[in-house]
Design a protein around this ligand. Structure first.
Ligand SMILES: [Zn+2]
Length: 348
C-alpha cells in the first residue's frame, strides 16, 4: 500500500472503536521491528519521526526507508507522521519530503520549551492546516501542555501542570480545523512519568470524556503513552543499566482512553527500553562478540515483541485488511469539498 494519511487510519479506527499506536523511529531496525509487528498482528500503523530523528537519520534516509516499508508490506496501511513539529517551516519541510501527516505543536514556542499563548497556537496551527489540507496532508495540533521532555522537546514538569481546558479545545478545533488533537490529561514524555505506582486516577478521564463529547469528529491523541513495563526496566538494570525505578501509563488507562475517543497513542520509551535491554544482555553475556548484527538482531526482535503487544492491546490488530488506501490526492479533494471537515456538530 502506498503511504496513506493518518486521517484515514484514524477515521477507520473511530469506526472500529480501536486505537492506533504511533511508534517513533530513528533508524532502519526500528522501522523493521514495527513493520514485522504490524505483519504479525495484521495491524494498520503509524510510524513517526521527531525533529531529532530527522536530524539523526537525515530526511532522505528516513523517507526512503519508509517507502521501502510501504513497498515490502503492501497489505499494511502505513502512515508517516512528523512528531512535534515546532514551527510552520518544519511542517512544510516534512510535507515537501513526503510525510503524509504532521503534528504542529503550537502549544510551545518554536524553542520547543516555552509555553505559547492560545492565540499564538491557533495562528501557527491554522497556518499549517491551510498549507497541508489542500495537499491532502493531515494535521495534529496540541492544546494544553504535556509534561516531561523528550528529544529536547517539552516544557518539563508534571503532566498535570497545564491540563487541557475543554472550552479552549473546542475553540481551538473550530478555529484551526485540525484532524486530530493531542490533549494534556496527565501524561508526560520520557521514561520518568510517575514516581510511584499509578492507581486508576492517573489520567484526567473526566476531561477526556468532556472533550470527546464536544468534538466527536476530532480524533484525540495521547502522547507520552509508554507503559514503561517493569520487566523491560529490569532487563536493562540486570545487565548493568542504571535506570531509576519509574512507572508509565498503565495499559488499562490507555484502553479506557480508547473507549472515550483516543485514536492515536504515541509510544517511544517502551521501544527504547526493549532495544537497550536486549543489547546490554548480549554485551554482558557474550563480551567477545563484535558483529553489530549479533546485538541489533535481538534488539529488533525485542522491540517487535513490545510493539506487537501494544498493537493487540490498543485494538488495531486484525484491522489491516479492513479498507483500501485513499490516495493523498483524493484526501485533498475531501478537504476541499468539506467531506473531511471536523467542525463540531455539538456546539457549546
Ligand atoms: Zn509527544
Amino acid at each position: 500500500m502506498p503511504l496513506v494519511s493518518t486521517r484515514q487510519l484514524l477515521d477507520e479506527a473511530a469506526k472500529g472503536g480501536y486505537g492506533v499506536g504511533a511508534f517513533n523511529v530513528n533508524d532502519m531496525e526500528q522501522i523493521q521491528a514495527i513493520m514485522e509487528a504490524a505483519k504479525e498482528t495484521n495491524s494498520p500503523v503509524i510510524i513517526q519521526a521527531s525533529r531529532g530523528a530527522r536530524a539523526y537519520a537525515q530526511d532522505l534516509y528516513l523517507y526512503h526507508l519508509m517507502l521501502a516499508a510501504a513497498e515490502l508490506y503492501p497489505q499494511i496501511p502505513l502512515a508517516m507522521h512528523l512528531d512535534h513539529g515546532n514551527s510552520y517551516e518544519t511542517c512544510v519541510s516534512a510535507i515537501e519530503l513526503g510525510f503524509t501527516s504532521v503534528m504542529m505543536d503550537g502549544s510551545l514556542k518554536p524553542d520547543g520549551k516555552t509555553p505559547a499563548t492560545f492565540e499564538e497556537n491557533v495562528e501557527v496551527t491554522k497556518k499549517v492546516v491551510d498549507y497541508a489540507h489542500p495537499r491532502g496532508i493531515a494535521v495534529e495540533g496540541e492544546i494544553g501542555v504535556l509534561g516531561g521532555v523528550e528529544d529536547g522537546h517539552g516544557a518539563g514538569g508534571s503532566g498535570l501542570d497545564h491540563v487541557t481546558d475543554p472550552d479552549q479545545a473546542v475553540e481551538f478545533a473550530e478555529r484551526t480545523g485540525v484532524d486530530s488533537l493531542a490533549i494534556a490529561i496527565g501524561t508526560s514524555h520520557g521514561a520518568y512519568k510517575f514516581t510511584k505506582k499509578p492507581d486508576g486516577s492517573v489520567l484526567k478521564m473526566d476531561l477526556l470524556i468532556k472533550i470527546h463529547n464536544r468534538l466527536p469528529k476530532t480524533h484525540l491523541v495521547m502522547h507520552g503513552s509508554s507503559s514503561v513495563p517493569q520487566d523491560l526496566q529490569d532487563i536493562v538494570n540486570q545487565y548493568g543499566g542504571k535506570l531509576k525505578q519509574t512507572w508509565g501509563v498503565p495499559v488499562e488507562e490507555i484502553q479506557l482512553g480508547i473507549k472515550n475517543g483516543v485514536r492515536k497513542v504515541n509510544v517511544d520509551t517502551d521501544s527504547r527500553l526493549a532495544i537497550t535491554g536486549a543489547i546490554r544482555k548480549v554485551f554482558a553475556e557474550t563480551p567477545e562478540k563484535f558483529d553489530p548484527r549479533d546485538y541489533l538482531k535481538p534488539a529488533r526482535a525485542a522491540m517487535q515483541k513490545v510493539v506487537a503487544l501494544r498493537m493487540t492491546q490498543f485494538g488495531q490488530a486484525g484491522h489491516a485488511g479492513d479498507y483500501k488506501a485513499i490516495s493523498i490526492a483524493d484526501m485533498a479533494k475531501g478537504y476541499k469539498d468539506g467531506t473531511l471537515s471536523t467542525k463540531p456538530e455539538v456546539s457549546k
